[in-house]
Design a protein around this ligand. Sequence first.
Ligand code: SF4
Length: 165
Amino acid sequence: MTLNILDIIRGTTVDGPGFRTSIYMAGCSHRCPGCHNTESHDPQGGVPMTIDEIMRVVEEEDFDVTLTGGDPLMHPEETALLARRIHECGHTVWLYTGYTLEEIMADKRLREALRYVDVIVDGPYVEALRNTDLRFRGSENQRILYLDKASLFPESSGEEQQDSI
Ligand code: SF4
């Protein structure tokens, strides 16, 4: 299983709290007017890397991780596996997406990709709502959402609890 990776930046402080490893995945179809990252839209951009290769970079640091792009939810199965592997190493996961949480909740594949994600920054970039004072976001419609797994995955909340014992 591979992902096309545009960049992996270690020790960044702009994609979530603290020092983080940010993984930039290629591919985004939201086409937000005013997007500052148009070179990330091509899903064939960047360099193909296996999940193992990405994890080797992640494990070189003791940082929590941010998945961004592009939009990681353009590749929900690969993103789900990567987030799981990162969690298994003891790191939390932030994920940036152009989808809103409501859109994600309405799509089983997208929702499943969040099973091992702790926080999402959701929604498209809206040029008219641009605000450079916002932390970790570009426009005021975007939200930083700490995910409540029990409400996101009510069908398996017992299983999640067992995992955490
Ligand atoms: S979701 Fe992000 S990368 Fe995709 S078009 Fe919108 S601003 Fe650009």
